[in-house]
Ligand binder design. Structure first.
Ligand code: ASP
Length: 317
């Protein structure tokens, strides 16, 4: 296993007694081709800026993660919202989750095909329904009832992905590899606001050529995301079939009682690799705003806000 991690600066409390806000976003992992690195880094940087502008003016962690992920969903570079990979039927099928660390409330949507910002629909499921998760047509009917208009599936498809899908049978690599080269990946954000509340959001088009109806880790609570004010907030990416076996986001949150955010991130990725042989990456914040970023995939695109308010964005190799 090739474990990779970065060690961003520690965020501390301000001397006003308020928590210093913190934010990390990711733009997925795996084989991001080198020519697409600038777009992935730029997309993460812009989203971190959008989330940070909310946090630094006293906005909530939930608002920050939703806005950051919406921007990544709108950016066709990434495998979320418009620009997502296609399933075996040649359609985009989207999953998303959002979770509030203050209340442990969560909302998720699975296999929606006509919603351009599934993260906003997930938040409405959290706040406006008695349920945690809605799937496919039921989620889309709920969207219509809450003034979210539906779009044709082809609105979510970009030429790059249509071409890749058309050539899949000719390309032995893409059918053999669950994660062939892809310009971007699943997206996510974790935030801590000035009130000391944490939130997380994850959104994805899933894996290329997936069976229609396939569900990965991303919309599953504890796997693709978890947030608890008593511990931390996590968003994961990578091979969903493996990540869900170790319930990776909850695993990181539980470990934060014994170790730093960076140690917890690295320990969880090591366990993922040892126990499943799968590949993944994650971003984590603890409830002090300390950052953890680790992956065993070839790359992880991310951006975080440093303690002096600057945005640091990179593709970690
Ligand atoms: N985890 C996502 C899934 O399995 C894919 C990814 O993160 O790239 O659906």
């Amino acid at each position: 296993m090739h474990l990779k991690g970065v060690s961003p600066p520690t965020m501390t409390s301000t001397n006003t007694g308020q928590t210093r806000p913190a934010l990390i976003v990711h733009g997925g992992a795996w084989q991001i081709p080198e020519e697409m690195h600038p777009d992935s880094i730029r997309g993460c940087r812009v989203s971190a800026r959008i989330g940070w502008d909310i946090l630094k003016t006293g906005g909530s962690a939930l608002d920050a993660v939703e806005a950051a992920v919406r921007n990544l969903e709108d950016d066709p570079t990434f495998d979320a919202g418009r620009g997502s990979v296609l399933n075996a039927a040649g359609e985009v099928e989207l999953d998303a989750i959002i979770m509030d660390g203050k209340t442990l409330n969560l909302g998720a949507v699975i296999a929606v095909k006509h919603v351009s910002n599934p993260i906003t629909l997930a938040r409405l499921v959290m706040t406006e329904s008695d349920h945690n998760i809605l799937v496919s047509e039921g989620a889309e009917a709920f969207a219509l009832n809450h003034d979210i208009s539906l779009c044709p599936n082809w609105d979510l498809i970009v030429e790059r992905e249509r071409e890749r899908w058309r050539s899949k049978d000719a390309d032995e690599d893409s059918s053999a590899d669950l994660f062939p080269q892809h310009p971007g990946g699943t997206v996510g954000a974790v935030a801590l606001d000035a009130e000391g509340h944490l939130a997380t959001a994850t959104s994805t088009g899933g894996t290329f050529n997936k069976h229609p109806g396939r569900v990965g880790d991303s919309p599953l609570v504890g796997s693709g995301a978890y947030a608890d004010d008593r511990a931390g907030a996590v968003s994961a990416t990578g091979e969903g079939e493996a990540l869900m076996k170790v319930v990776i986001s909850k695993l990181v949150c539980d470990s934060l009682k014994q170790m730093t955010a960076q140690e917890a991130a690295e320990t969880a990725i090591a366990l993922l690799s040892e126990r499943t042989g799968g590949q993944g990456g994650l971003i984590a914040l603890d409830n002090n705003g300390d950052v953890g970023i680790a992956h065993c995939t070839p790359y992880l695109a991310y951006a975080y806000v440093t303690s002096d308010g600057e945005i640091s964005a990179d593709i970690e190799v």
